[in-house]
Design a protein around this ligand. Structure first.
Ligand code: F6P
Length: 341
């Protein structure tokens, strides 16, 4: 078989582990040929690709980012995009395409699959918000980076008797905020699923100081918003592609908390450091398993599906289901965290 692989959307630790696993399973075990498109769907649209053999994927397991490059270009965003992609798949004699990506990429994958292309998807996102899989690779790494940062920030916050408002990634969901906040013993966790009341948040943080504590750490997901009317809020400008760039909720929150508490407050934005660098062992294993199962699905011609983790098993889920809803932080998970804040 001839298989094309691509990585699309925001990068994520573990992408290279999937690529490596796909090549090992397909080339070494099945005798397939694998090509990798550069910079996501853009590579397919422009017929820009490289041959992926065992040498090409040597030594990449622990490397962050993606050796193929990524972009947010999607065929459906261009007038003749889907047709062009179909034409190139035929021209290149591809039997299957394995796109590795998050919400946007999986939506594009579904469209391409509906247009008749042989697609097997692999989900990825540090945000862990894809509903049909228990976990996405990249999340464990991101939580680890954020937790380490929070541990470090505690000591400087204490020295200066400050409130540090730490912004982590998560545009629609608060999974990174919840897990890193719990792991590091933060004093408040603010997530997009629960619009916050600034007075209530200030009261909670203030109680800590009244109890004689010298500092406070507030973890906030970048997509968190105040409850309507709770405080003035600047939504921020979109980037040149119309994607949210985020207004810096940590900056706005730190100003509001400083005014209400009379304590120095500083924003800390962890940003893309959460997405960079080497994946954890957990993420490498999950990514490797996804790659292996994606190739098996290609050989079973189980197109229009993607890999997913359910419990400890890897299963195949229809792409149509995968893009229906996001996995948000449920109330009971938030309550578990709240009790130890
Ligand atoms: O989807 C993953 C993610 O890391 C989000 O948490 C974040 O909002 C976004 O990507 C940032 O994307 P960009 O790299 O385009 O700024």
């Amino acid at each position: 078989m001839r298989i094309g692989v691509l990585t699309s959307g925001g990068d994520c630790p573990g992408l290279n582990a999937v690529i490596r696993s796909v090549v090992h399973r397909a080339v070494a075990d099945h005798g397939d040929e694998v090509i990798g498109f550069r910079d996501g769907w853009k590579g397919l649209l422009e017929c820009d690709y490289l041959k992926l053999d065992l040498d090409a994927v040597g030594g990449i397991l622990a490397r962050g980012g993606t050796i193929l490059g990524s972009s947010r270009v999607q065929p459906s965003h261009l007038r003749d995009g889907v047709e062009r992609a179909k034409g190139h798949v035929e021209e290149l004699g591809l039997d299957a395409i394995i796109p590795i990506g998050g919400e946007g990429t999986l939506k594009a994958a579904r469209l391409m699959s509906d247009a008749g292309l042989p697609i097997v998807g692999v989900p990825k996102t540090i945000d862990n918000d894809i509903a049909v899989t228990d976990v996405t690779f990249g999340f464990d790494t991101a939580v680890g980076v954020a937790t380490e940062a929070l541990d470090r920030l505690k000591t400087t916050a204490e020295s200066h008797q400050r409130v540090l408002v730490v912004e982590v990634m998560g545009r629609h969901t608060g999974w990174i905020a919840l897990h890193s906040g719990m792991a590091a013993g933060a004093h408040a966790i603010v997530v997009p699923e629960r619009p916050f009341d600034i007075e209530e948040l200030a009261r909670r943080v203030g109680e800590r100081f009244e109890a004689g504590k010298r500092f406070a750490i507030v973890v906030v997901a970048e997509g968190a918003k105040p409850a309507p009317g709770s405080m003035a809020f600047d939504e921020g400008a979109k980037d040149i592609y119309g994607h949210e760039r985020f207004a810096g909720i940590a900056r706005q929150l730190s100003i509001e908390l400083e005014e209400r508490l009379g304590k120095e407050a500083r924003p800390v934005i962890l940003g893309h450091v959460q997405r960079g660098g080497t994946p954890t062992a957990y993420d490498r294993v999950l990514a490797t398993r996804f790659g292996w199962h994606a190739v098996e699905a290609v050989h079973r011609e189980e197109f229009g599906h993607m890999t997913a983790l359910r419990g400890t098993d890897i299963v195949m889920v229809p792409l149509a289901e995968a893009v229906e809803t996001l996995k948000t932080v449920p109330e009971d998970r938030y309550a578990e965290a709240e009790c130890v804040l």
